[in-house]
Write a protein that binds this ligand. Structure first.
Ligand code: ADP
Length: 431
């Protein structure tokens, strides 16, 4: 049944292994309650009692392994039940990963070779809207439910499920992902790329992946539990040409040993052939769920904006960002990669122009920066920027050229932790 107008509270009785698929309107509100049995949303169980708000704009499946009655209250864009899901295959995949984690833990306890104590490093690949992020969530939540603390790595700069788009990030998942709050944001490790598309500067994207992978390796070397729990890596939906090349690069950089390919036979075959010389990488083909909702480029663009807004205002619009003003002279803004080669005329005779894609370029503050996001790196010196993860982001609300002042909002009050800032092409307009 489709909604749209006012709807009375309604109950659905779900047989085992069925799911209720719901699309929530942009301004919600919709809530769900478990009446009988057990059910989960993408790997996280519904509490036995009480209403759970389903976030606006979200598209979810309420799935039951053993049967359940659930009640919906509020308006939805659509809601229907289905008994065709790939959930059994997904949970079997989880079981295999779980066995590998246990083996890694046992190996660590015996103090054997380092290799053996490394749990599964799973990379999830597939075209856009194949359900990659959703599968990652399920695998993470199921693992966390069993007491593991797997690391979630998100390489999708287009949507960005950990922080804002334009970043690659990692964060430990210590409990099943909260249905309302999503991925925990307490301590993500974030590297800033600054654009929603890798083709703008693929070399920088690769360098940042390497930095992230090295930092994680360092953390794992001192933490055998995290090491055994392994990683679940989400990727971009761009699987052709440069996109494909970057996927291969990601597999290598993060030393993935399990590649889960969603919904595309051709990609599975290509990847299988590409890694065939490496016997310790399993490339597994998985069915895509028919429930995955297709999102057009316009929706994606909108969603990017919302993700940026959420960073400053909270998912439930419950945070108040702080507005602040700095003098141009108090900050230095840099851009990574020049994009342009030095003109021949500027070079010594005989020298060939070379573009250094990871070169740092100082940029002047201009009114073009209004509405854009700037990242605040931990770096103390400009040449540390590229290898530095970021502390957070600010959003430029005004640039006064005459008075040489820049106004911005930040999630926390007080001065910026760094004089250095990284420019980006990410924008968000207050509607
Ligand atoms: P990808 O990461 O491959 O682009 P997502 O996992 O983000 O795809 O899925 C696209 C959308 O479909 C998301 O909004 C997700 O919540 C939704 N979705 C995924 N699986 C289901 C399902 N079984 N029923 C309803 N919605 C789903």
């Amino acid at each position: 049944a489709a909604g749209g107008s006012a709807q009375a509270p309604r109950q659905y009785k779900l047989a085992p292994q069925r799911e209720l698929r719901v699309e929530v309107l942009p301004d919600g509100p919709l809530r769900v309650r478990l009446v009988a049995g057990t059910a989960e949303i993408f790997g996280t169980e519904l509490p036995p009692e009480g209403w759970v708000p389903v976030p606006p704009r979200s598209k979810v499946a309420i799935f039951t392994w053993h049967g359940a009655t659930v009640e919906l209250d509020g308006v939805s864009e659509s809601e229907y039940t289905s008994d065709e899901t790939p959930m059994v295959i997904y949970v079997n995949t989880h079981a295999i990963l779980d066995a590998r984690r246990s083996r890694a833990r046992a190996a660590a306890a015996q103090g054997g070779v380092l290799e053996a104590s490394q749990g599964p490093r799973v990379i999830v690949v597939g075209p856009t809207d194949s359900g990659k992020s959703t599968l990652c969530k399920m695998l993470l939540s199921w693992a966390a439910k069993q007491g593991w603390k797997p690391t979630y790595v998100d390489l999708d700069i287009g949507q960005g499920s950990i922080t804002i788009p334009g970043c690659i990030s990692a964060t430990p998942i210590e409990k099943p992902i909260d249905i309302v709050d999503g991925i925990p944001l307490e301590m993500p490790l974030t590297y800033f790329y600054g654009h929603p598309n890798p083709s703008i500067n693929p070399d920088v994207y690769k360098v940042l992946m390497k930095e992230l992978a090295q930092t994680l390796d360092k953390q794992f070397s001192g933490n055998s539990e995290s090491r055994a729990a392994g990683m679940i890596i989400n990727t971009m939906g761009w699987v052709e040409g440069l996109g494909y090349e970057l996927l291969l690069n990601a597999i290598e950089t993060f030393e993935a040993n399990v590649v889960l390919v969603l919904g595309q036979e051709k990609l599975w075959k290509m990847l299988k052939d590409a890694v065939q010389s490496k016997p310790n990488i399993d490339v597994v083909k998985l069915h895509k769920s028919e429930g995955v909702v297709l999102r057009n480029p316009k929706y994606r663009q909108k969603n990017r904006s919302f993700r940026i807004k959420e960073y400053f205002y909270g998912i439930a619009n419950d945070l108040a960002p702080h507005s602040n003003v700095v003098n141009f002279s108090d900050v230095s803004v840099y851009k990574i990669g020049s994009g342009h080669q030095a003109p021949r005329s500027a070079l010594p005779i005989g020298a060939e122009p070379v573009a250094d894609p990871t070169r740092l370029v100082a940029v002047n503050i201009s009114t073009d920066m209004v509405h854009t996001v700037l990242a605040v790196p931990y770096a103390k010196e400009p040449d540390e920027i590229i290898s530095s993860n970021v502390a957070g982001f600010i959003h430029v609300t005004d640039v006064d050229i005459q008075r040489k002042k820049l106004t911005y909002i930040a999630p926390c009050p007080g001065d910026l932790p760094s004089k250095l800032l990284i420019a980006s092409s990410l924008t968000w307009y207050e509607a």
